[in-house]
Design a protein around this ligand. Structure first.
Ligand code: URA
Length: 490
């Protein structure tokens, strides 16, 4: 083959054979195909798309370009989950211990933050001592003995994807469905799990801004997984505002521990923010939830912080917990089903709820943290986490209703505070972030606390505040928030 002919073929809209795709991927990975030819080919793929067979061939070629984990030594059906990236997404810390506590082996491979999105690996490093690069033998041993281990993506897992992704990043070819799907799935296939649940985010904080694209992406990924003999579910979830209340590395671990500590999840699940509910019943739900909250939930630092205006936002953060818990339990239930433990969603979800309420999932999380070198006392007492020196309330500037959120901007605020990487080699501040107290559809008054900002370097305060306030749109009319779990793709 010659790369010139491959570019011409794709440019003219013809379909590649699997051998041709392997030639392209191998040639580029070895450095035999130069960046300029690969860039041209990627742009042709961007415009002409790929068939199912081409996308599968591309995925396999990338998955086979480096190390492939064999989890054959682990008993049972090994499940993994993957999120396409969002803001405030800490579901892994909730679902992985739930599944492990129910006896389902979770072998999870996670990444670092990318752009405005946070990374699971960075967040876990907020726990002193936690090691994300355990050797493969230890990884397998942990999944076998305690059903849960998590590692960062090693340098030699799908190296072709790494190289191609870097090129896409600078040639405006990231947002192509077959390229995104094959990129994600190549890593998932190489990581070896038998069953994969894909959380495809949809909205202003996600790669996919609308439901049609999100569903199409989910379907391509599920089809790739199935063609590789893996059980796959795609769950389309809302990312039109951050998930939960907290955004930031240590803050997100804290919020996950708080959810895992709940003794009764029902009050947080029983109300519906999908927009079909009228305002009155939402208000009733808020007050019911608030009553429960006063009985136990919320022993976090923010609640203790000496911040003005706390009383004005009582109740509203329960909305954030509702969203986080609902998405987490949905993902957990599908992982349970993917592992072959149940074929009924409601029954699976009930098992997962029980794993939280009994304390089993929390105990599993602590066991997992300690097994990977982390200080488990941080899980017992989240007040031990080092947070930023200042906690500053950011207040709403006008009366009305929260109508829209530019979620990736909220992610950018965390980046400005130092919680994400500006360049590949930046070190990140794990203690900064946001605790958001108003959510889409909420009534707001001038002076209400929109969010608490955890900030060390006050030199960036004005910019961070301006961008955070600018990320939210206040209107005089109440909007119906988007449905949280939009669709399931099988
Ligand atoms: N995440 C990935 O790993 N790859 C993409 O192309 C997009 C998101």
């Amino acid at each position: 083959y010659r790369m010139y002919d491959m570019i011409m073929k794709k440019r003219n809209g013809a379909e590649h054979t699997a051998d041709e795709i392997r030639f392209i991927v191998e040639g580029f990975t070895k450095g035999e195909i130069p960046d300029y030819q690969m860039s041209a080919w990627l742009m042709c793929v961007y415009y002409k798309g790929m068939t199912h067979d081409e996308t599968c061939a591309l995925t396999h070629a990338m998955a086979e370009s480096g190390d492939q984990l064999s989890l054959a030594a682990i008993h049972g059906v090994k499940v993994d989950k993957h999120s396409t990236g969002g803001v405030g997404d800490k579901t892994t810390f909730i679902v992985a211990p739930i599944l492990a506590s129910l006896g389902v082996p979770v072998a999870k491979m996670s990444g670092r933050g990318l752009g405005h999105t946070g990374g699971t690996i960075d967040k876990l490093e907020a726990i002193p001592g936690f090691c994300v690069s355990i050797p493969e033998t230890e990884f397998i041993e942990h999944v076998n003995s305690m059903k849960l281990a998590l590692v960062g993506q090693t340098g030699d897992l799908a190296p072709a994807d790494k190289k191609i992704y870097a090129l896409r990043d600078v040639t405006a070819t990231v947002d192509s469905l077959p390229l995104i799907a094959s990129s994600i799935m190549s890593k998932k296939l190489a990581a070896g799990a038998d069953a994969i649940v894909l959380d495809v985010k949809c909205g202003s904080g996600a790669f996919m801004k609308n439901e049609t694209d999100a569903k199409a992406l989910a379907q391509i990924m599920v089809d790739i997984g199935k063609s590789a003999g893996r059980t796959c579910y795609g769950v389309i979830t809302d990312m039109n505002e951050p998930l939960g209340c907290k955004v930031g590395n240590a803050l997100e671990v804290i919020e996950a521990v708080q959810v895992l500590s709940m003794k009764d999840v029902k009050p947080y699940l029983t109300y519906d923010t999908s927009g079909d509910t009228d305002v009155q019943s939402r208000c009733d739900a808020y007050s019911a939830i608030e009553n429960i909250a006063q009985q136990g939930y919320g022993a976090d630092r923010t609640d203790k912080a000496d911040c003005a205006g706390m009383e004005n936002c009582a109740g509203y953060d329960r909305h954030g917990i509702h969203r986080l818990l609902t998405v987490s339990l949905t993902l957990a239930a599908y992982m349970y089903m993917a592992a072959g433990k149940s074929d009924d969603f409601e029954a699976a979800k009930a098992q997962c709820e029980k794993a939280i309420e009994s304390g089993a999932a929390l105990a599993k999380f602590k066991e997992f943290v300690e097994a990977q070198g982390g200080d488990g006392t941080y899980i017992d007492d989240v007040n031990k986490f080092r947070l930023a020196a200042n906690c500053v309330p950011i207040v709403c500037e006008e009366d009305g209703y929260l109508a829209a959120c530019n979620t990736s901007e909220v992610g950018m605020v965390n980046l400005i505070l130092g919680g994400g990487r500006a360049t590949k080699d930046s070190t990140i501040n794990l203690g900064v972030g946001l605790d958001i107290r108003k959510h889409l559809g909420d009534a707001v008054r001038k002076g209400d606390v929109l969010a608490y900002m955890y900030i060390d370097d006050m030199g960036v305060f004005e910019e961070a505040k301006k961008r955070l306030l600018g990320a939210y749109t206040v209107e005089q009319r109440q909007i119906k928030p988007e449905k949280l779990v939009k669709d399931i793709v099988v």
